[in-house]
Design a protein around this ligand. Structure first.
Ligand code: F0G
Length: 459
């Protein structure tokens, strides 16, 4: 069969409120032209994130009912811990309320002023948690990963030579860990090959630096390995996942992605002393080590989701349906990061809106226009998210290398006709792209400015 269907039936639905363009003009203005500040009820198709927005299965909802809410040593924690140990093979599993809490604990313990953390590309919260400790988050993805239109099967790979150069020039004592983000979210949702994971791991071991995976989308990464990397097509996703994790000394995870849960995360390692220090810190802010800021029911939903996400029918549908959106945007002449990623399509706003310079935030402008056009919410991954502002000079001193707008697809949530609606909206929008104006920031905080800055369209 050429047609690949959603491999699930819908059992429970949530209404979408339709809106007019003039209503959306009002909502966007009230949100200070920041899509993060729009009420979700005023959004028609919400592609802001694939994080915590997926639909849970009937099994997960059954797990919710089974949740053991004991403060210490709950059965739900045992199930959570043994599932993760079984799939990922780590000795110590520490639950956290979401991925960034795992990051904060890990970097608070391992990083000091002046350290450098190499990664293919740090996600924004990862970068912020590292910088908050006074360390540097250094992105060293392969060159192909920096060019949206280059085709390469594993654009999330790390540049091994640059990694070696970094360790040589910085010194291994100032590199507390090396990370790989699978898939590479900020670099276009692109996968990392098994070969690259193995090479980074071998090198890390040779210089005795711990190697961590930011494992948010581990199952999608494994499926790409299965279909794109030589020698893996006959292996199960489960076996590929196990091999990927066998190379790492630990991981951070947001279960809101490939845990298909609405909340949750965890931190794993094989080092008993480190795990003890992490648990001590966990108790201070997250909770006792057998719940870590989560309810027992959440631990159940995650344990079930982590297994469901490796279902190959699901992954085939997931990767194909994301590709469907990407290919249709390409047919309209909309430049996207190629090839399509696993969880999202990234529009190259720099190329689509060449008349808007980086200091007028082309990606942000496009995200606002998509909301006005069809009530579609997306997110800029460009110079608002990654630019650096000098508050004394009152201007941005660093712009992002790419100006992307991410259309993230929540798991098992939207049907193909809803995605067709997105495509038709983009078809309408592209006709007036030359008339889209740049933007300016009218208020911004010191950290993670994209979440709460205020904007205006320039005249
Ligand atoms: N690492 C990666 C690669 C991520 O994509 C995210 C979150 C995190 C860490 C942090 O996890 O949200 O549970 O604290 N990404 C979301 C996104 C927010 O929209 O891509 P969290």
């Amino acid at each position: 069969m050429k047609t690949i269907i959603e491999p699930f039936r819908i059992k429970s639905v949530e209404p979408i409120k339709m809106s007019t363009r003039s209503a959306r003009e009002f909502y966007l203005q009230a949100a200070h032209y920041n899509p993060f500040l729009i009420y979700a009820k005023d959004v028609i198709i919400d592609l802001l994130t694939d994080s915590g927005t997926g639909a849970m299965s009937s099994e997960q909802w059954a797990g919710i009912m089974r949740g053991d809410e004991s403060y210490a040593g709950s059965v739900s924690f045992q199930r959570f811990e043994s599932t993760i140990k079984d799939i990922m093979g780590f000795e110590y599993v520490i639950p956290t309320h979401q991925g960034r809490a795992a990051e904060r604990i890990l970097f608070s313990i391992l990083c000091k002023d002046g350290d450098v953390i190499p990664n293919n590309t740090h996600f924004d919260t990862t970068r912020a948690n590292i910088e908050f400790r006074g360390a540097e988050a250094r992105d060293i993805v392969i060159d192909e990963g920096m060019n949206p239109s280059t085709d390469h099967p594993f654009k999330g790979n790390m540049n091994i030579q640059k990694l070696k150069d970094t360790v040589n020039s910085v010194g291994r004592d100032r590199i507390p860990l090396i990370m790989l983000t699978i898939t590479n979210n900020s670099g276009g949702g692109q996968p990392v090959s098994m070969e690259n994971i193995r090479e980074v791991s071998n090198f890390a071991r040779s210089v005795e630096i711990p190697f961590y995976l930011d494992a948010c989308r581990f199952a999608e990464n494994a499926y790409f390995i299965k279909i794109r990397e030589e020698g893996y097509k006959d292996k199960t996703v489960r076996a590929i996942v196990e091999e990927m994790f066998s190379y790492a000394d630990g991981c951070t995870m947001s279960a809101k992605k490939d845990g298909i849960a609405n909340i949750g995360g965890f931190l794993c390692s094989n080092n008993p002393d480190l795990a003890q220090r992490e648990k001590d810190l966990l108790i201070l802010t997250e909770g006792f080590p057998t719940y870590g800021g989560l309810a027992g029911r959440d631990l159940e939903a995650i344990a079930i989701g982590l297994v469901e996400v490796m279902d190959e029918d699901y992954l085939k549908y997931r990767i194909t349906s994301t590709g469907y959106l990407g290919e249709n945007l390409l047919k309209l002449g909309i430049p996207i990061v190629q090839p399509p990623g696993g969880h999202a399509i990234y529009i190259d706003a720099k190329m689509m809106l060449p008349h808007i310079p980086p200091n007028q935030y082309p990606g942000w402008a496009l995200a606002c226009e998509m909301y006005l056009e069809g009530g579609i919410r997306s997110v800029e991954i460009g110079s608002v998210m990654f630019g650096k502002h000098d508050f004394e000079q009152k201007k941005d001193v660093v712009h992002a290398p790419m100006e992307l707008v991410r259309l993230a697809i929540p798991r098992r949530t939207y049907t193909q006709s809803q995605i067709d609606y997105v495509i038709e909206s983009m078809e309408n929008l592209i006709k007036r792209k030359d008339k889209i104006h740049g933007m300016k920031i009218t208020y911004q905080p010191k950290f993670l400015r994209h979440f709460s800055s205020h904007f205006e369209f320039l005249p």
